[in-house]
Design a protein around this ligand. Structure first.
Ligand code: ZN
Length: 200
């Protein structure tokens, strides 16, 4: 499949690389979680990730870690681990929003395709922005928040940068309200960077 990717890249005409619509290689997201996500969260996570990566014309394929045996070959791989408990709590929570929501591993300044999403931090941020009836669909909104945090980390990988944009999903910090808002997108430049390959 790696070989296939090279062929696809070489056969991609220049106009496609200039940002005109062309379907790029899928990103395969390999997921593991310390605690299982709620089904509503998983559904919304996948829907919102598809929505966000569509901005870079990247389809998303999902795999569980246990599906990745020897001989399984994928073209553009991202490993993500959901740490802590991603399930939304309906009762009031003690909110502490300090610290990052996720981090991505790096070596010698290169961004590696391994991310850890800190569920308890994302949950606190998302929960702090929920009002009234939103709490009843808390797991769905949690899935949306997780998608935006993960898409942000994947953008770091494709852009191969530690820097941030000034607006949108690639901003340095996303508020609870932005994590659960009806829409939040990448700015145009960052969306274009999503077309690049993750693993180098
Ligand atoms: Zn970042």
């Amino acid at each position: 499949m790696r070989y296939l990717f090279v062929l696809v890249l070489l056969s991609t005409p220049m106009w496609a690389l200039e940002g005109l619509p062309a379907l790029h290689n899928p990103i395969t997201v390999v997921v593991s979680a310390e605690r299982p996500l709620a089904p509503e969260a998983m559904k919304e996570l996948q829907a919102e990730m598809a929505n966000l990566l569509k901005q870079g014309n990247r389809p998303v394929e999902w795999k569980r870690l246990d599906e990745m045996g020897v001989g399984v070959s994928v073209s553009d791989l991202v490993m993500v681990k959901f740490r802590g408990d991603c399930r939304m709590e309906m009762s009031p929570m003690l909110l502490d929003e300090r610290g990052p929501l996720a981090f991505t591993h790096t070596t010698d300044g290169e961004v590696l395709p391994f991310s850890e999403v800190l569920c308890d931090k994302v949950k606190m941020a998302a929960r702090s922005a929920m009002h009234g009836g939103q709490i009843a669909s808390g797991n769905k909104l949690m899935g949306r928040a997780l998608a935006r945090v993960l898409a942000h980390e994947i953008w770091h990988m494709t852009a191969n940068t530690h820097k941030h944009s000034k607006t949108g999903v690639a901003k340095s910090s996303l508020s609870g309200a932005q994590l659960i808002a009806d829409t939040l997108e990448f700015d145009g430049h960052s969306a274009h960077q999503l077309t690049q390959k993750t693993a180098r």
